[in-house]
Design a binder for this molecule. Structure first.
Ligand SMILES: C[S@@+](CC[C@H](N)C(=O)[O-])C[C@H]1O[C@@H](n2cnc3c(N)ncnc32)[C@H](O)[C@@H]1O
Length: 175
């Protein structure tokens, strides 16, 4: 089932509205919420997801709003061409390996995000912006800042929301 926008989606959407520009990639697009926010700002949008059903739903959401985008089915940057000014990713970030493809980020919640970080540079223009969702569970947001620093990115918190059991953050990373 395609991920319906939740608190994490809305937190990232607020950052997209603020920072998206130029060529924009909505990675793990789900319903297409991030791409739609960027398209409404005039960005040239690509929506991508590993789940063909998500891409198909995002396509419908764009068409309903008479907005344009390119659509790609693939694992992260698979089948992706060129570099982007801004990449937004609300990855599967929950630790614990509970098997839900939309949210399951493996043992520490960073499994997919680590693979993302391996390749992101090839798909980001110089000075481009990454917007990434992270949770405070397992100290993930702090770990992610370290991982980004290790790749030469400077990360800051572009938005956060506290719940009784976790804090969700959107990290904005620039080289
Ligand atoms: C938490 S949902 C976010 C959906 C939407 N972007 C939002 O903000 O509401 C994560 C999305 O990432 C997709 N996804 C998971 N692993 C992926 C991968 N390796 N490559 C591309 N997309 C992936 C899932 O199918 C899902 O649509």
């Amino acid at each position: 089932m395609v991920y319906s926008p939740r608190e994490d989606s809305l937190l990232l959407e607020a950052a997209v509205k603020k920072f998206a520009s130029g060529r924009f990639l909505d990675l793990g697009c789900g319903s297409g919420i991030q791409g739609i926010a960027a398209a409404k700002k005039g960005c040239s949008v690509t929506c991508a997801d590993i789940d063909p059903e998500a891409v198909s739903e995002a396509k419908k959401a764009f068409s309903k709003r008479k907005l344009k985008a390119d659509f790609v089915v693939g694992d992260l940057f698979e089948n992706m061409e060129g570099a982007f000014d801004c990449i937004a990713f609300n990855p599967p970030y929950l630790p614990g390996g509970h098997g839900h493809a939309d949210l399951d980020g493996g043992v520490d919640g960073l499994e997919v995000t680590r693979r993302f970080l391996e390749d992101v540079e090839k798909h980001l223009i110089e000075g481009g912006i990454i917007l990434l969702v992270a949770t405070s569970l397992c100290g993930q947001d702090a770990k992610l800042k370290e991982l980004l620093a290790g790749k030469g990115f400077e990360a800051s918190v572009a938005g956060e929301q506290r719940f009784s059991f976790e804090r969700l953050s959107v990290l904005k990373a620039v080289k």
